[in-house]
Design a protein around this ligand. Structure first.
Ligand code: CP
Length: 311
């Protein structure tokens, strides 16, 4: 693997999932692979799981890890040809090349503005690192995608499914803040690549990018969509068409034990209790969110392993 910025960078999904599950059983088997290699993780935004699980994954492979909260460093300029006489002190051209001198792999988290759709869709932060860095780039959640989370979710469904073709539902939930579409986008793309019976449910106005949802079924009736589900993935996202806006905060869309039926409850976390999902779900045996969070390590580890093997 040369980079991991989108799911397209996975050459063999079923083999990658199988390899991640093997790494979970034997996490230190490849601890020689990362010897004398350094992962630098760059955070433009907050993180709990991605930060800790990716560091743990790298250390399981024997790598050194350095972390930079980018907002503590020089303010970066991303535009070409700018006269840098304002508040931006360092251009991405130098920054990415300099960081590449200290790293064998660079991982980047950079959320969207949710103000400027075209700018967000250009993935200007992630793609600038890809353009100017001289080492592989890993996406730790960008404007439009969260491929480490989606790989985690595929691993978790593979581990837990009791059916050859389980029914999986992505269900929108209310949230007080405008959130990105990245997790939902990449979950949709991942479900399209797996052998699952997949449905998306959300209120009208919350359509994701149709170039991503393609022909995945969308049902605006949550109750109908959830019928006989084996896995229910709950996630809020802000409107894509009315970009970044909150159009609906109807608490009737919150996931409850009654709506969940016999399905497993999935969420990427962090999650707001009794807004997105009621306590009775999160505190039940049907919630697999902690197993998902654990699998973040092995999703990151299989990605780092495949990159290290290709260095
Ligand atoms: N799911 C996820 O990416 O969690 P963090 O934002 O805490 O990293």
């Amino acid at each position: 693997m040369k980079n991991y910025t989108t799911l397209k960078d996975i050459s063999n999904l079923s083999e990658t999932i199988r390899e991640a599950i093997l790494l979970k059983m034997s996490p230190f088997e490849y601890s020689h692979l990362g010897k004398n290699k350094t992962l630098i993780m760059l955070f433009f935004n907050s993180s709990l799981r991605t930060r800790l699980s990716t560091e743990k994954a790298a250390k399981n492979l024997g790598m050194d890890v350095m972390i930079l909260n980018v907002n503590d460093a020089w303010n970066l300029e991303f535009e070409d040809g700018t006269v840098m006489n304002m508040d931006r002190s360092e251009h991405i051209k130098e920054a990415a090349q300099v960081i590449s001198q200290y790293a064998d792999i660079i991982a980047v988290r950079a959320f969207p503005t949710l103000q400027d759709k075209a700018k967000d869709e250009s993935e200007f932060v992630l793609n600038s690192f890809k353009k100017y860095a001289t080492v592989p780039i890993v996406n730790m959640e960008s404007s439009t995608a969260h491929p480490l989370q989606a790989l985690t979710d595929a691993i978790t469904i593979s581990e837990l499914t009791e059916k050859k073709k389980p029914k999986v539902v992505l269900s929108w939930a209310p949230h007080p803040k405008a959130l990105p579409q990245a997790v939902a986008n990449t979950f949709v793309e991942m479900m399209q690549d797996l052998d699952v019976d997949f449905t998306i449910t959300h209120p009208k106005g919350y359509e994701l990018n149709s170039e991503i949802t393609k022909d995945s079924p969308i049902n605006h009736n949550q109750e109908e969509a959830l019928k006989d589900a084996d896995f229910v993935y709950v996630k809020n996202w802000s409107s894509y068409n009315d970009y970044g806006k909150i159009l609906n905060n109807d608490s009737n869309w919150m996931m409850t034990k009654a709506k969940l039926g016999n399905a497993k409850f999935m969420h990427c976390l962090p999650v707001r209790r009794n807004v997105v999902v009621e306590d009775a779900v999160l505190d039940s045996e049907q919630s697999v969110v902690i197993q998902q969070a654990n699998n973040r390590t092995f999703a990151a580890q299989v990605v780092l392993k495949q990159i290290l093997e290709d260095l």
